[in-house]
Design a protein around this ligand. Sequence first.
Ligand code: TTP
Ligand code: MG
Length: 240
Amino acid sequence: RPLKGAVEFRQVGFRYPDSDVNVLSDISFSARAGETLAIMGSTGSGKTSLLGLIPRLYEADEGAVLVDGIDNRKMELETLRRQIGYVPQEIMLFSGTVAENISWGKRDASLDEIKDAAKRAQIHETIMKLPLQYDTVIGQKGVNLSGGQKQRLSIARALVRKPAILLLDDCTSALDVRTESALLAELKDLSCTILLVTQKISSTANADTILLMDDGRLLASGSHHELMQNSLLYQRIYES
Ligand code: TTP
Ligand code: MG
């Protein structure tokens, strides 16, 4: 089966419906199927907005967002979203069991599929230490999880859908470097296309391409090696 999940932005401009200033201007880049793309940039630079255009939470005002070569505005919403796993910046777990929270991404997932997703998300071992393991109730009247544990649970929720495109919005921020790199290695193994918003230079080193954003624009893009040579800003982030 040919690898699916290529993402391309062609001169994308975007503003929120209630505003007349562009949040994104002239954004162009492409990620081939199976590649990992890291997105860095200061707060408010438009990273979350950029990701939201892919599953069409919003539509581009200028230019086009292509998924496997097709303008995503021309795709049926359900077909488009079925292939995308989206982990938002604000983690949303509900008061239910661990298994229910993971399978929220795919209602008919079997326990094996749930466990497989949890293993890949580096949270299986933590779950096995909970009082009732996958049946442990979390949230309000259940066991409380740490920030990093919640992040991994919500990544497992996205993985259980076996997406061709995985969008991770700053959801590895609470993980230590070792856990994060184990996670990224697992994800690489799935050969899905990954767009990873991150503030951490440790997670950009393995990306095929890094996008550096500032104020809704793409300041620089390239591999770690290229940016170390060409981008003063990237060098500064790297050294800080
Ligand atoms: P974001 O796209 O949220 O910027 P970001 O994700 O890079 O920031 P952070 O690192 O803090 O997560 O916002 C870009 C601009 O768009 C910002 O001025 C806020 C505005 N915005 C809205 O007006 N409505 C929205 O729903 C969002 C998400 C952002
Ligand atoms: Mg954001």
